[in-house]
Design a protein around this ligand. Sequence first.
Ligand SMILES: [Ca+2]
Ligand SMILES: [Ca+2]
Length: 224
Amino acid sequence: MSRSLVALSLAVLALCACTQNRKLWISEVGAQRLELYLDEPNGNALALGGQTLDWVAVDPMGVNAPQSGSIDLSGSIPGGGFVVLFEDPSGPAVGSTPATVNDFLNRPVPGLAVAPSALGPTDPALGYAFRVHGHEFRYVFPFFYTYDDTDDTVRFGPPGRPNIGGTFTEDGSLQPVNRTPTVRQTKGRTIRRKTTSPNGVDIPVDRDREADWQTDDESWGTAK
Ligand SMILES: [Ca+2]
Ligand SMILES: [Ca+2]
């Protein structure tokens, strides 16, 4: 190998060794649904393949065994956009399939269909942890590459919540949490991130803490 080729190879290697922390947040957790938000400029997008949604539910009384699940994500999410995981009787047995799902006003919003019960039980007596995370290779033309790293956690419910990793500071405000689905003319109840609106547009906040969250009516596909 010529010295110039070695030098070029070393230069390329130096350019390649990088990761990008992508700002993918869990933005709402309801009954049989969970919303993701990409807190990045509109021109950005994040491929969700290689990113994973994990959850654990525990009985603080220790009577019932812990439950857990893990869902491989798919499709992509645009900067400033939302994607709603939703349990679908005709959804895939494992993983997720890009689809649309209707909000309370029957407007279609971008979604990922998952299997029934894939997002776990909705029992206010249980302690919960949800985490989205991943480390996914991405090729960048012409000879660069990077890794898209994501990591976001929320925990709620009575004390004795499961530790699912990630960074999250508790203050106990998210308990008890009653999550309910839409029933006819009644909106479902959910937890969602609080928002800021620096330019008149509501943006979910993330400071890795329970105080970022509140209980509210469902708002699938929107900030609130
Ligand atoms: Ca976070
Ligand atoms: Ca929402």
